[in-house]
Design a protein. Structure first.
Lengths: 296, 296
């Protein structure tokens, strides 16, 4: 299957599932749900849930094996964007071409919409069918992995480290630690949990975990490059902000040409590490190239 | 056992468990962990974990049956205090006699410390021993109950409703809906999950759930009364703020004497609904009276 077609197809079933988990609500709860849904349905590419599904399929599983967990990743990703955009954090006014959550709903509701989304992510994973389907061991392993990737050992830690590094010149290994936590941990966990829930062998899970580590890094490098070479219109968010905030990025630390070369090498490593997989892993291979070549 | 002795004993084992789950950390993560631990070990009474343990004991279980979940309630409660105190929310400078989290660590880190705590609460519940001990059905039921009580159907919703009601005159049923979500849901879930994990029968779980509903309400009424009659020194936080913010409270809506009468009646109902329990439920009875009579 062509990647574009695959991404479209999966995006639609992920959107349907997300809509089922957090439906439109009338009555007193409508404002909170409106705020949550405003950011959750703002045109996200659903890359994390799709990675989770694709990893499950690569080891012979299906999207049914992973759907609550796949959606949980999107909810966690969305909450992190809402909180990152707050005035006390990155103070961003534009996200995916639309005003950020706090610009529309105010800071207090935006904080709470984020809190609500994060909590709902764990609520939808508390799913008896999922536990029965994959067994207690894999269920617990996945729950723990999602929480670790998102929390004080993962994404939240990365965000703290990133804030503290702003305006300072940091060395490359420090920058890599920041990215591995801030953006890498959740992307990596998306594929690794997909492989676990899809029924992969220990060896397959380990290889897909390494693939996830590489594409997490590739995603960050391409993000840094796009912030310089992309346009606000294409990306739907302000570009050039990394330089303005003196953020440490791959192009600023290595130079643009070296950053592009690294991106190419890391993409090759991601594809290499799953070379033992059959055709069912072709989508994972295509996604690696897609991340390298993306324009938005 | 005397209640005071019981509360002390359980507070110590809860503190030990919390310290084990979120230990002091050196290296790059220390600032985030410091911020988290600053609020988590700020002298909280651990009422939610203790309620969870006491409910488990009331149905013949032990603290070992509930400890990760009991601690999760304290982490969720603490994160909610950190976020509630933020300038965009209640803008409080003092909590338990100490500067609030954002006064010490800044707004960005306070938001992230809250996010981290909430996520860690779910990480520690992802516990294979707990699942094996109580079985898949009860495990999933408890996970779902904690997330529902904390999230967009529970505490977070209550906070949104409370913000929107500030400065408006609302009717009594609206006020009760706010409190049932904002403070009631988590207190109620503390005892109900305790009864589930402790191995209670369906009838016992139902009765303890009702007990939890009553004491959640009692807790809110006594909180409202203390905000008027308590002193900043005793409570470790500013008093008189409800009136200043034109919050709808039980004393403001019903008058102080009626509020006190209601508190007494609700406490009696809480004790009545567990009258079929044996001596093992005595602590729950004493806690109900403790909430009614508390001075801080």
């Amino acid at each position: 299957m062509q990647l574009k077609e695959y991404l479209n197809e999966k995006r639609i079933i992920v959107d349907e599932a997300l809509n089922g988990f957090l439906p439109e609500t009338k009555g007193p709860a409508h404002e909170l749900y409106d705020a949550i849904r405003y950011s959750l349905f703002a045109g996200g590419k659903r890359i994390r849930p799709i990675l989770c599904i694709a990893a499950a399929e690569a080891v012979g599983g299906t999207s049914d094996d992973v759907m609550p967990v796949a959606c949980a990743f999107e909810m966690i990703h969305t909450y992190s964007l809402i909180h990152d955009d707050l005035p006390a954090m990155d103070n961003d006014e534009l996200r995916r071409g639309k005003p950020t959550n706090h610009m529309v709903y105010g800071e207090a509701i935006a904080i709470l919409a984020g809190d609500g989304l994060l909590t709902e992510a764990f609520r939808i994973m508390a799913c008896a069918e999922l536990l029965a389907r994959v067994g207690a061991d894999r269920f617990i392993r996945v729950m723990e992995m999602v929480a670790s990737a998102a929390g004080a050992r993962g994404m939240v830690l990365g965000q703290v480290l990133d804030i503290r590094a702003e305006g300072k010149k940091i060395d490359t290994s420090h920058m890599e630690i920041i990215h591995a936590h801030k953006t890498g941990a959740l992307l990596r966990a998306s594929v690794t949990t997909g492989a676990i829930l899809g029924g992969g062998t220990d060896e397959q899970i380990d290889q897909i975990d390494k693939y996830g580590k590489y594409i997490g890094l590739a995603f960050q490098i391409s993000d840094d490059i796009l912030d310089i070479e992309g346009s606000t219109e294409e990306l739907g968010k302000q570009t050039g902000v990394d330089a303005e905030r003196s953020k440490n990025t791959y192009p600023s630390n290595y130079g643009m040409n070296n950053a592009k070369k690294m991106l190419k090498e890391i993409t090759a490593s991601a594809v290499e590490v799953i070379s033992g997989f059959d055709l069912k892993a072709d989508i994972l291979r295509q996604i690696a190239f897609y991340i390298m070549e993306r324009k938005k």
